[in-house]
Design a binder for this molecule. Sequence first.
Ligand code: TYM
Length: 333
Amino acid sequence: TQRVFSGIQPSGGLTLGNYLGAMKRFVDMQGQDYETIYCMVDLHAITVWQDPAKLRHATRELCAGFIAAGIDPEQSILFNQSAVPEHAQLAWIFNCVARMGWMQRMTQFKDKAGKNAQNASLGLFAYPALMAADILIYHATHVPVGEDQKQHLELTRDIATKFNHDYGVDFFPITEPVIEGAATRVMSLRDGSKKMSKSDPSDASRINMTDDADTIAKKIRKAKTDPDALPSEAKGLENRPEARNLVNIYAALADMSVEAVLKDAGGKQFSEFKPILSELAVAKLAPISTEMARLTQDAGEIDKILDRGAERAREVAAPILKKTYEIVGMVGA
Ligand code: TYM
């Protein structure tokens, strides 16, 4: 079978980048010939300190976000990472397979740890080994993510290859990253060279999935642009990162290609294009944020969905962990 796995950290709110780069694509894959497994990666979130009450809230809100965006918890398996202990158990094995040098090359670690890497948690350093375990504990074959996760997925392939080689088995699959569509890298609305991120100090740099219609419209109106009209072909967006970003966002929201967007919008000034983009963004995002807020209120119902998801996830994960322990030589596995 073709099995899809992906995860999102419950650390703060969801951004338009998370939605277009990941969640919307999770929904697209759900309808197809895949078994789909989606996870709130709370163990990853605590690689930097999280307030426990906020972590609980963010996990439930993220679960509500998945459902509001179109993930059906019957059709897909939807759960939080810590509820399936096999993730952490396999991660330990992978800590012993991955090499220090591989981890040191991870650009996300370097970015997140900053200048004072000695003070970063050991968990932040080992983060990609846990991510490999998330994927491989299900023998997932396809992993939809945004562009920023590409290096981690290459490491996942390296870990699978080295494990198979070291133990002389053909056990873990070599996973395919699925980095597709117009919005694999949604950029900051204030700076076209920076990724849109929930950790950016400026709230105006991002659209949050919880923003109301007026806030979305205001942020798009104020988004940085250049003074030229939109080009009529994609190559006209070269060296225009802010223009490219807004066109990419439009294309992803409308399920259109960039070329098709520019066929209509080519020649328009931003003063004309921005209101059209705002209208589309509000039309697509407002129903999701309303539903997300409604679902978040019923924590009991969310917890039931997560419990059931974790139970189904464990049915897949437990035999794969057992087999891994046997391969490695653990007595009693
Ligand atoms: P996280 O929580 O930072 O982001 C979740 C997903 O959103 C994508 N994304 C973006 N896509 C386009 N433009 C952006 N500006 C943008 N910002 C975020 C990310 O690429 C990601 O797909 N390490 C992962 C979580 C994870 C995971 C996994 C993913 C843990 N285990 C196993 C896949 C498979 C992360 O921190 O994502």
